[in-house]
Ligand binder design. Structure first.
Ligand code: AMP
Length: 220
């Protein structure tokens, strides 16, 4: 199974992808996560990408497609892929077609999480994560049960993404509207698009996603 999760930043793609990984043994391929790892490791790609990411603009198509290609190469052909935050431009969508063909894979569904932008800004600007295990939290919606202590691993250090501030979030949303939303018609023409109300409670979004996945032939 190969799925694309699309939606503006903060739509819940990462959360839902993690659930698909748990339930179906798929792999989450998040170009945002890969780029953040490259920035942290100060690789040449990371050094080039850092300032672009801090502004909320897009890293070049060639770089992100090469990251995806390398990940797929390292994965067994039997492991399903969830593309999270990729493709984000028409050029990346074309490159993904070529990469999938090269690896003998076929795109099953493109699932778009539909959301309200102002509400999203509220969601994103409050989010933080445990520095040790990565569990996600939010200032208003999901604080650790004991303040300052991670529910999952009892870690006491937390991190916030540098690009989770209002101005950068607005730029990331306008990038999504201008460059990413226009790739939907391409996938619509292939009859593989499904849409979910991303503003619904997390569990409800997961249920809707599971229903879409269950309807894919051979998904069981
Ligand atoms: P994300 O975690 O998906 O919100 O990505 C964080 C940042 O990484 C984005 O704001 C971009 O600067 C960069 N990025 C991630 N994925 C892509 C992509 N597919 N194309 C271009 N830039 C990307």
């Amino acid at each position: 199974m190969n799925l694309i999760l699309l939606g503006p930043p903060g739509a819940g793609k990462g959360t839902q992808a993690a659930r698909l990984v748990e339930r179906h043994g798929m792999r989450q391929l998040s170009t945002g996560d890969m780029l953040r790892a490259a920035v942290a490791a100060q690789t040449p790609i990371g050094i080039e990408a850092k300032a672009i990411m801090d502004r909320g603009e897009f890293v070049s198509d060639g770089i992100v497609s090469a990251l995806i290609d390398a990940e797929l190469l390292a994965m067994g052909p039997e492991v399903g892929a969830i593309f999270d935050g990729y493709p984000r431009t028409a050029a990346q969508a074309e490159q993904l077609d070529e990469i999938l063909a090269k690896h003998g894979r076929r795109l099953d569904r493109v699932i778009e999480l539909e959301v309200d932008e102002d509400e999203l800004v509220r969601r994103i600007v409050g989010r933080f994560a445990c520095a040790t295990c990565g569990t996600g939290y939010h200032d208003s919606f999901k604080r650790p049960v004991t303040a300052g202590v991670c529910d999952k691993c009892a870690g006491s250090e937390f991190v916030r993404r540098k690009d989770d501030n209002e101005q950068t979030v607005r730029t990331r949303m306008s990038e999504y509207r201008a460059k990413t939303a226009p790739i939907m018609p391409l996938y619509e023409a292939r009859g593989i698009v499904a849409r979910i109300d991303g503003m619904a409670p997390i569990e409800q979004v997961t249920d809707a996603l599971e229903a879409i996945v269950a309807a894919i032939p051979g998904s069981a």
